[in-house]
Design a protein around this ligand. Structure first.
Ligand code: P61
Length: 462
């Protein structure tokens, strides 16, 4: 019998413009990371070879998006690009009303100020740094209601973004629906490793929220990536298009906050989209205070045009298969080297399990931060800490939160790097893994009060 024929996918684009990369020596990298206080956020991009810090605002725009930039209508009020974006959000996500913002956290700010009263509780499927901070700044308290499997890097649950309905019910029973302005549902849950929520689960969350008259606000930042996993894994969805699945997800929620810098393939931009007129009206009133007029919200007209076009590209199957496929390619290479990573491999990056990688380090020696610095030293790959530093301090106890997930995120910008770059990254991680016994911890010597991970500084701990 003949072997079944293999059918690979390839990137559904060809490259039209290139940006040279600079390689550095080990000595140069040692100086650069010391200068950066062992924090990859503080490195100069010039000193980075392959930049896997984030997929946020780092994607390559298409020729259509660049052409759209030339159609920017930079009128202060009523730009035609706003109306194009509004139509795209209605068509692709199905939400009724649009408030543009400069990026995702601008939308979180307006929403939190509008809906949260001091003492309110916001249940969600795992925290995100900026989202939780805006909830807290508005006087609210975030409560994690994601399934336990999401906190276990080795659990192979196919939908680790699912909500534990018993946990959600318990919060409702304890605080009362009137103190829950909304349930916050993220798709492709970032801090869990880019893990999807299933539609079956979201339907149940909707039913429970309907019983109690509670809104659901969707963090739609990576909804198309979540939809790809639903198509791949959830019974009954294999033949549905990504666009259809995205519409079904959004249809189960009352509005969204969006960082367009991810799925929507732009370098800057975001929005808030809402079905309820009253909430929309309140947010539209606030946008002019904090972002800009309600028909640009901090974005240039050309940027809104690029978002409108990018949203359409984000739900194209060939695009999303190659995007998530490249993440899988890197993840599988690392698994072949025996490197401990979060499984199943997620949507937007491969997350190294730093606790298993560096078992010799206590969590207060910041193993993920130390590992990210070590990876940079090996060959100039920049990754991001997603562990004890990112989780911050518990406001009640003042202690480090010591989250169960202590991760280093190798995040893939969309349409930017090739498989050969992925090979180089995997080999570098494998090299660091082979030498893991020599990696030392870090002590924090400068700690900002909010979102400390962005600007904190460290020194080697002896
Ligand atoms: C990231 F280290 N994400 O993943 P804005 N929701 C979600 C996001 O992923 C997100 C925002 C809201 C970033 C950038 C970033 O702790 C950090 O457009 C699911 O960045 O304001 C952003 O959207 C906020 C990196 C943000 C971080 C916060 O790399």
């Amino acid at each position: 019998m003949s072997e079944p024929r293999r059918r690979s996918w390839a990137e559904p684009f060809k490259i039209k413009m290139v940006e040279p990369l600079k390689m550095t020596t080990r000595e140069e990298r040692e100086a650069a990371i010391r200068e950066a206080g062992y924090n990859t956020f503080l490195l100069r991009s010039e000193d980075v070879y392959i930049d896997l810090l984030t997929d946020s605002g780092t994607s390559a725009m298409s020729d259509r998006q660049w052409a759209g930039m030339m159609l920017g209508d930079e009128a202060y009020a009523g730009s035609r690009n706003f109306y194009h974006l509004e139509a795209a959000v209605r068509e692709i996500y199905g939400y009724k009303h649009l408030v543009p913002t400069h990026q995702g956290r601008g939308a979180e700010h307006l929403l939190s100020r509008t809906l949260i009263k001091p003492g309110d509780v916001i249940p969600g499927n795992m925290y995100f740094t900026t989202t939780r901070l805006h909830q807290e700044l508005a006087g609210g308290l975030f409560v994690d209601v994601i399934i336990d499997e999401a906190h276990d890097p080795a659990s192979l649950h196919p939908f680790k973004g699912d909500v534990d309905l018993a946990k959600l019910q318990k919060v409702i029973d304890e605080v009362g629906a009137e103190h829950i302005p909304y349930v916050c549902i993220a798709t492709a849950v970032n801090m869990a490793g880019g893990q999807p929520i299933s539609l079956a689960n979201l339907h149940k969350v909707r039913a429970l929220c309907n019983e109690h008259g509670i809104r659901i606000i969707h963090d739609a930042t990576r909804v198309a990536e979540n939809a790809y996993f639903i198509k791949e894994r959830e019974p009954g969805y294999a033949d549905k298009s990504i666009a259809t699945i995205v519409l079904e997800i959004c249809g189960l929620t009352d509005g969204c906050t969006m960082s367009a810098k991810k799925d929507a393939l732009v370098n800057i931009g975001g929005f808030l989209a809402l079905n309820e007129w009253k909430v929309f009206e309140a947010c539209r009133n606030l946008v002019v205070v904090y972002e800009g007029l309600h028909t640009y919200g901090g974005m240039a007209g050309r940027d809104m045009e690029a978002v409108a076009i990018g949203l359409g590209e984000s739900v194209q199957f060939d695009h999303i298969r190659a995007r998530v496929g490249q993440v899988k390619y890197l993840g599988e290479k690392l698994q072949a080297y025996g490197v401990p990573i979060v499984v199943p491999i997620g949507s937007h990056g491969v997350f190294l399990d730093a606790k298993t990688f560096l078992p010799q380090l206590d969590q207060d020696l910041y193993p993920a931060q130390a590992l990210a610095a070590e990876l940079y030293l090996d060959c100039g790959v920049r990754a991001m800490e997603r562990g004890n530093v990112s989780a911050g301090r518990d406001p009640k106890t003042g202690q480090n939160r010591r989250p169960s997930l202590e991760l280093v995120r190798l995040t893939l910008p969309r349409r930017v790097y090739t498989q050969a770059h992925m090979d180089v990254v995997a080999e570098s991680v494998a090299e660091v893994y082979d030498n893991r016994a020599t990696v030392k911890g870090l002590k924090m010597v400068y700690e900002p009060s909010d979102l400390r991970f962005f600007q904190a500084r460290f020194e080697p701990f002896d």
